[in-house]
Design a protein around this ligand. Structure first.
Ligand SMILES: C[S@@+](CC[C@H](N)C(=O)[O-])C[C@H]1O[C@@H](n2cnc3c(N)ncnc32)[C@H](O)[C@@H]1O
Length: 195
């Protein structure tokens, strides 16, 4: 079950604060290149494409034909419309694609939203050409920090919880003073490749 409702407000917030800026995606570019071995014109289905951050990146980096499948109309509305990216309504367990029509599948931060993983696996297998990989970018239990979900998770807080947390943050910043670390923060996720 989706952990949050991807409505207009969440979609706009996602676009504003959750998309990793392109210059922070260098390691992902290199990893996708290694495992997908992309060539221009190859068709990749981006399942749960969200606001299209990876659809546009893959299109720019590798000149791929991207099928961006996304169940939320609000998230779909944020995906840039441009040649090379086809935006489709649908979800992982009912992909609006013919059999053996894709050379790769990309699922980034999506599998925790999929209610029936077995049905999704069968469906992904159906649309992939034999031997084509499914690349899964995800934090798996016990493997990664979950701070990437912080901005949208805050929407679940009550006003009182939000204000209490804000005050604690303000005090922590005051306490850290000039010793606070100012370098770029990073988090990491796994890339699971299935063939
Ligand atoms: C955390 S966002 C990730 C968006 C994008 N893949 C990214 O990495 O920026 C999760 C997305 O999965 C979508 N989603 C939810 N349930 C889904 C399902 N059953 N199949 C496919 N996508 C789903 C949501 O609508 C949302 O856009």
């Amino acid at each position: 079950m989706a952990r949050i409702s991807y409505d207009d407000q969440t979609a706009a917030a996602y676009k504003a604060v959750r998309e990793v800026p392109r210059d922070g995606l260098g390691a992902w570019r290199e990893a996708v290149q290694r495992h997908l071995r992309p060539s221009p014109g190859m068709t990749v289905v981006d399942i749960g494409a969200g606001t299209g951050a990876f659809a546009t990146a893959f299109s720019d980096w590798f000149d791929l034909a991207i099928l961006a499948v996304e169940p939320s109309a609000a998230m779909r509305a944020q995906i840039p419309r441009r040649p090379g990216i086809e935006v489709l309504g649908g979800h992982a367990s009912a992909l609006p694609l013919p059999d053996h029509s894709a050379d790769g599948a990309w699922l980034s931060l999506v599998i925790h939203h999929i209610p029936d993983l077995e049905a999704a696996a069968c469906e992904i297998r159906r649309v992939l050409r034999p031997g084509a990989p499914a690349l899964i970018r995800q934090g798996f239990p016990g493997r990664a920090d979950t701070t990437h979900t912080f901005p949208t998770n805050m929407r679940g807080l009550t006003e009182e919880e939000f204000l209490r947390g804000k005050e604690r943050l303000r005090r922590a910043v005051q306490h850290a003073g000039h010793t606070a670390r100012t370098e770029t923060r990073t988090n990491w996720l796994d890339l699971l490749v299935l063939r």
